[in-house]
Design a protein around this ligand. Structure first.
Ligand code: EPS
Length: 387
């Protein structure tokens, strides 16, 4: 079991963000422009703060390719920060509630929230979006598409059937949306909600959905608890700062329906030729309440994850805190922040799933070169069709 491994480094206001991705097979032509396009998408969304006007995130790929094609060596990149003020920025004299500030200071035994927040900042997710944009280029070669969209913001929901209503126009609709959503009719209400929160010096959370189409069945495993893909994907989504809930398929709703209305029955593929799982052999499902995961493995149906993000805890109004030096009650330090960054988080959600699924794919279809990976995949596919 090899798969992908990755590491990120970099502080929010340091010189650069860094990423290293190991395990990509040789022979994959990489489109760096597409990585930059994902980084630009992460910077978007109505309700973002001043920092996104300063930055214009782009990667510089430092290693792992020759002539734009992977050579089976680690891929390394930097994303330069425009705002490199880490040495000049003041040290907050009190910890900001809701951030890593206090627990981080208690962990290290110091009174320097700046030393904590610089790395705890969600700016780190730029590195992960770039890593994910590399991993997804591998998956796309095997017909896998990842697509996230915002379904709720500050308690205002888009129409429930937004995905189905969008159909094949999904990319175009999301591109046109200020919230990276799929429901043009909700844009005005969402905008008004963000404006209202900004005026009240408050912040907003929300919910995004990520769908992954075209995944083969059998990625992940039940053999060891930590190999279960449900656990791995949940951990990946919870590794994004500020995420408070993750559901797959019916999620919490599964607790409220009887088994007969939960489980996805199997039918002969001929009876449901358009079902996603029908593509892989003689078995198909007419529903996908499991959200594409059973027994810690992919089912061949669409993977459907919904993720709840809390409101960003940096409030202009300043939440109650306590001064380190005096122990006096004060309003927490405020510098600048977003009113909401749920649209950005949805882009990060796609990226972390691309990394984890890319890894699970390469664990199952291992090979040093893309050609070998493809041979492993085609060999498995021919066999599974006969089941
Ligand atoms: C972020 C950069 C940060 C914030 C935000 C995400 O920039 P700055 O702190 O300089 O304003 O906009 O960070 C947080 C939400 C956080 O909790 O730290 C980014 O690049 O996404």
């Amino acid at each position: 079991m090899k798969g992908l491994r990755w590491v990120t480094a970099g502080e929010s206001h340091g010189k650069a963000l860094v990423g290293i991705l190991e395990g990509m097979p040789a022979g994959l032509a990489l489109d760096v422009g597409r990585v930059d396009a994902e980084l630009a998408r992460r910077q978007r969304g109505y309700g973002r703060g001043g920092r996104m006007k300063i930055e214009s995130d782009q990667i510089e790929l430092l290693s792992g390719t020759k002539g734009g094609v992977t050579i089976g060596a680690p891929l390394a990149f930097t994303i330069l920060n425009q705002d490199q003020t880490i040495e000049r920025l003041p040290t907050p004299t009190n910890p900001r509630p809701g951030h890593a500030d206090l627990a981080g200071c208690q962990k290290f035994g110091h009174r320097d929230p700046r030393a904590v927040l610089e790395r705890a900042s969600a700016r780190e997710t730029a590195s992960r979006v770039a890593l994910g944009a590399l991993a997804r280029q591998l998956l796309e070669g095997f017909g896998v598409e990842l697509f996230a969209h915002v379904v709720e913001l500050g308690g205002v929901a888009v129409r429930e059937d937004a995905w189905d209503a969008a159909g094949e126009r999904r990319a175009e609709l999301r591109e046109a949306s200020e919230f990276l959503g799929l429901d043009p009719d909700s844009e005005g209400r969402l905008r008004a909600r963000v404006d209202e929160a900004r005026d009240a010096r408050d912040s907003l959370g929300g919910v995004f959905e990520v769908r992954v189409l075209g995944l083969p069945p059998g990625l992940g495993s039940y053999a060891n608890p930590y190999d279960r893909l449900t656990a791995r994907l949940g951990a990946a989504l919870f590794s994004i700062p500020a995420m408070k809930g993750v559901e797959f398929g019916l999620g919490f709703g599964a607790a409220r329906v009887p088994g007969s209305r939960m489980h996805d029955a199997l039918v002969p593929s001929a009876q449901a030729p358009s079902s996603a799982s029908a593509r892989w052999g003689r078995f198909a499902r007419t529903t996908n309440r499991a959200g594409g995961l059973e027994g810690g493995m992919t089912t061949g149906e669409a993977l459907i994850a919904r993720v709840a993000m809390k409101p960003i805890p940096s409030l202009r109004a300043g939440l109650p805190s306590v001064e380190f030096a005096t122990g006096a009650a004060v309003a927490a330090t405020y510098q600048r922040s977003d009113v909401t960054s749920v649209p950005a988080a949805s882009v990060v959600g796609e990226a972390v799933l691309a990394l984890e699924l890319g890894s699970a794919f390469l664990e199952k279809f291992a090979g040093d070169s893309l050609e070998q990976v493809r041979a492993a995949f085609e060999g498995w596919r021919a066999g599974v069709h006969e089941l």
